[in-house]
Design a protein. Structure first.
Ligand SMILES: Nc1nc2c(ncn2[C@@H]2O[C@H](COP(=O)(O)OP(=O)(O)OP(=O)(O)O)[C@@H](O)[C@H]2O)c(=O)[nH]1
Ligand SMILES: [Mg+2]
Length: 460
């Protein structure tokens, strides 16, 4: 994949819309047409502020940016860093660095520059003017990857919406080559007219997408009403932490796992039956969600409504952390910050330190001891090592039982409606009937609201 959605330097078109018809090929043309897109050769630029923490982690951040570029199909041919007191208003990095970048681009035949930091539309435009090549920032790269990886109709619409919202303030960029045609007051040049047309079209498309996404959301709300009231658990965490691998290991079946960023975009829910050491069984609904990353474009998070709804409705969050990644602590803070943005930071959360098979024994033990003090509610696991998820299974059973203690109910045999309600709104562990009265005797696990409703039927 090459960076399809990055705005081209000189060809004025809006990403995804409007569709440009293919060029007609002359019928007697003989030469072969090269259909493989040119390989993108990228130079990465990291320019942290001197007073920020980012300065210390600039190498890790560029490495991650490199993985993002790789996921988008670009080859990294160079990196450049500069610590800044403050960003230059017109080019972000300093003048000297722009020259250095220019020389490096020629030498390495780079086709695109990717900044780790967010560029203003003006900085992007100025840099493109100076360098003569496309310049994108991290947010744009992430949007591109999401566009590449979106599978469901909903995810595609969400990504397109986020891309359009991102491009709207940047549209002017595309038309500057026509600015010289612009006349004085009352004389509108073609550049301005075209820009207005583009803005209006993009605005219309945004409205249409929003409306369709609202419809999808409404139908999901209806569907959810019919869902069983099982104990709901959502996997959340930094991208590539191993969320899908955990779902796959616990639930079995087809789950997409890949050592690239943002393998999962759409939430996926599976029924998981957990067997306790005491022989008892417990069942939960486990949902895998989109991963987070530092500097995730805000519109994009907000647009992933399906993930948000899953996380909001969960009884418990499993915050999955890749313990083998040297920057896991920063990742954990990023995830906490996104959860806070989504206003779900006060959910009950279990921290799951994954990939412990990659740690040596001493390291794993030290981590375990540290976590006992810091996050007593955490488990160390491996989604791939045999038996590596036992501690998580046990913790889930404990959480489920604490959240939904068994309640015993007596229901008159004649009350079919109530029996149906209990089966719908709880997990029924056992059913018997009273030989004398014919009443049903049930052992159920239900949430607080249902337990309160059925209190009058409770027996010890
Ligand atoms: N060694 C090791 N590798 C793991 C473990 N868990 C996951 N992986 C690998 O880590 C990579 C990412 O795993 P995924 O399950 O796709 O991660 P994810 O959190 O779902 O990632 P996104 O969907 O991209 O956000 C894959 O190559 C997995 O095989 C583990 O416990 N140990
Ligand atoms: Mg995944």
């Amino acid at each position: 994949m090459y960076l399809r959605n990055a705005l081209p330097l000189s060809s004025p078109h809006v990403p995804s819309f409007p569709v440009v018809p293919p060029k007609r090929i002359h019928p007697i043309a003989k030469e072969l047409i090269n259909l493989t897109p040119p390989e993108e050769r990228a130079i990465l630029v990291g320019a942290p502020l001197k007073r920020s923490n980012d300065r210390r982690a600039v190498d890790e951040h560029l490495e991650e940016l490199g993985r993002l570029a790789d996921t988008a199909g670009a080859r990294v041919v160079g990196t450049l860093t500069q610590s800044l007191d403050r960003p230059d208003a017109s080019t972000y990095i300093g003048r000297g660095k722009v020259e250095e970048l220019k020389a490096m681009m020629t030498e390495r035949e780079a086709t695109v520059v990717i900044f780790d930091d967010e560029l203003t539309p003006a900085q992007g435009k100025n840099l493109e003017g100076e360098l003569g090549k496309r310049v994108i920032d991290r947010a744009e790269l992430i949007l591109d990857i999401f566009a590449l990886r979106a599978r469901s109709a909903e995810a595609k619409m969400q990504v397109e919406l986020a891309q359009l919202e991102y491009s709207l303030p940047r549209l002017r960029n595309l038309w500057t080559h026509l600015e010289k045609f612009r006349g004085g007051i009352g004389v509108r040049g073609p550049g301005e007219t075209q820009l207005e047309t583009d803005r209006r079209l993009v605005g219309l498309r945004i409205t249409a997408l929003r409306r369709r996404l609202q419809e999808v959301e409404r139908s999901r709300v209806e569907q959810r009403k019919t869902r069983k009231k099982a104990f709901r658990v959502s996997l959340v965490g930094y991208t590539n932490a191993g969320k899908s691998s955990i779902l796959k290991a616990l639930a079995g079946g087809e789950v997409f796992v890949e050592d690239r960023l943002f393998a999962t975009l759409d939430p996926l829910t599976r029924d998981v039956t957990l067997s306790g050491k005491d022989g008892g069984q417990a069942s939960i609904l486990l949902t895998d969600t989109v991963g987070f990353i530092r500097k995730l474009p805000h519109d994009l998070v907000a647009s992933f409504r399906a993930t948000l709804e899953e996380v909001r409705e969960a009884d418990l969050l499993l915050h999955v952390i890749d313990a083998s990644n040297p920057t896991w602590e920063e990742h954990r803070l990023v995830v906490d910050a996104v959860l806070a943005d989504l206003r779900v930071h006060d959910k009950r959360t279990l921290h799951v330190f994954n990939k412990t098979d990659r740690l040596d024994a001493a390291h794993a033990q030290a981590l375990g001891e540290r976590m006992q003090n810091l996050l007593p509610n955490s488990v160390l696991v491996s989604a791939v090592a045999p038996g590596g998820l036992e501690s998580l299974r046990a913790a889930l059973i404990t959480a489920l039982r604490a959240n939904r203690p068994v309640m015993r109910l007596r229901v008159p045999a004649s009350d079919g409606k109530l029996l149906a309600e209990i089966h719908r709104d709880s997990e029924v562990a056992e059913v018997a009937s009273d030989p004398e009265t014919g009443d049903s005797l049930l052992s159920v696990r239900a949430d607080d609201a249902a337990r309160r409703r059925w209190e009058p039927l409770a027996i010890s």
